[in-house]
Ligand binder design. Structure first.
Ligand code: NDP
Length: 307
């Protein structure tokens, strides 16, 4: 099996596929895609469930997405995961999109049903399961500050809203996007649930003083920006603001501690990276493709976590 397949490979799929091995019927498409941990996790799940299919990486440029999706439809794939930069762009090429993915405006999982492509987004639910697993607490009991307003942040903020979290504060470098997201979620927070000072739903400026003002009334800080993907990136929130009462969830995933997680621990706070979200969004995708429970322990072990 090749490490990474391309659009040209999909166009010559009969020749590219090894006849002696289980067919590649699933994959992750992105640009770049080399860093993805999904194949090791999904292939371990397929083997454990004795499903004779394999999962591969597909390097697909933005201008190639429509053709790639058409080929996936034609080549009898079962499904696909999407990563940066295809999650929002894919919406226009699908035959149906579930309510959650439509609201988020991004698709991370496609199921091929006969020759129809159906889009889902498992990031929000995957995030909720990750928080429960990592911190033994439900979103409904938390005051959450989400940093970012891109695809991942929108999925996470919507999940927090659906689970009726105590407070939701959204901060994004481009303020309009945070304000727009808060506006879209307003109806979820219209109920009578009242806690402590400050509004239950708020978009705040991307400024240290604004973060500082919120911290005492926040339990969980989520980094859903792309800051941290590169080691040299600055922290999305100044380390001096991190306090021992906080839980910090960094959606950036890595086998090591991310710089934000290290900073959280130095401050006496609890901090974890996005590996658990990757696991749970992947398990949910597996369940969509096969209508059966995913072998979570096998998948977790394949990601290098043996908890
Ligand atoms: P998007 O491109 O949709 O959004 C990127 C976000 O990061 C935007 O809010 C953007 O702000 C912000 N941002 C980018 N650069 C900077 C900067 N220099 N300073 C401040 N903010 C910045 O990406 P996604 O939402 O798809 O991904 C975001 C993160 O989530 C990534 O790190 C990704 O790895 C992670 N992720 C993890 C998953 C998991 O399973 N663990 C699943 C999905 C995503 P602006 O609007 O101003 O541009």
């Amino acid at each position: 099996m090749k490490e990474i397949y391309t659009l040209a490979d999909l166009q010559n799929w009969d020749r590219v596929q090894e006849k002696s091995a289980a067919p590649i019927c699933l994959g992750v498409s992105g640009d770049p895609v080399a860093h993805s941990f999904s194949p090791q996790m999904q292939n371990a799940a397929l083997r454990a469930c004795k499903i004779k299919m394999r999962y591969a990486k597909f390097q697909i440029a933005p201008g190639e997405l429509a053709d790639a999706l058409q080929l996936v439809r034609d080549q009898n794939f079962s499904g696909l995961n999407l990563t940066i930069p295809h999650k929002a762009a894919a919406l226009q090429h699908l035959d149906a999109v579930d309510e959650n993915a439509g609201r988020v405006g991004a698709v991370n999982t496609i199921k091929v049903e006969k020759d129809r492509l159906r889009g889902f987004n498992t990031d929000g639910k995957g995030f909720a399961r990750a928080i429960r697993e990592e911190f033994s607490v439900d979103l409904r009991d938390l005051r959450v500050m989400v940093l970012g307003a891109g695809g991942a942040a929108r999925a996470i903020a919507l999940q927090c809203a659906k689970e009726n979290c105590e407070r939701l504060v959204i901060a994004n470098r481009t303020a309009d996007k945070a304000e727009q997201l808060a506006k879209e979620l307003r109806d979820f927070f219209a109920g009578p649930r009242v806690f402590g000072p400050g509004p239950r739903l708020q978009a705040i400026p991307w400024e240290e003083s604004a973060f500082r003002f919120q911290i005492a009334n926040i339990d969980l800080v989520v980094n859903a920006t792309s800051l941290g993907l590169n080691r040299a990136d600055p922290s999305p929130i100044p380390a001096r603001l991190l306090a021992p009462h906080l839980m910090i969830y960094d959606t950036v995933y890595s086998r090591d501690r991310t710089p934000l997680v290290s900073a959280a621990m130095e401050a006496g706070a609890r901090g974890v990276n996005g590996l658990s979200m990757l696991l749970h969004q992947g398990a949910l995708a597996f369940e969509i493709w096969f209508d059966r429970e995913a072998p979570l322990d096998v998948m977790r072990k394949a990601l290098g976590r043996i908890d």
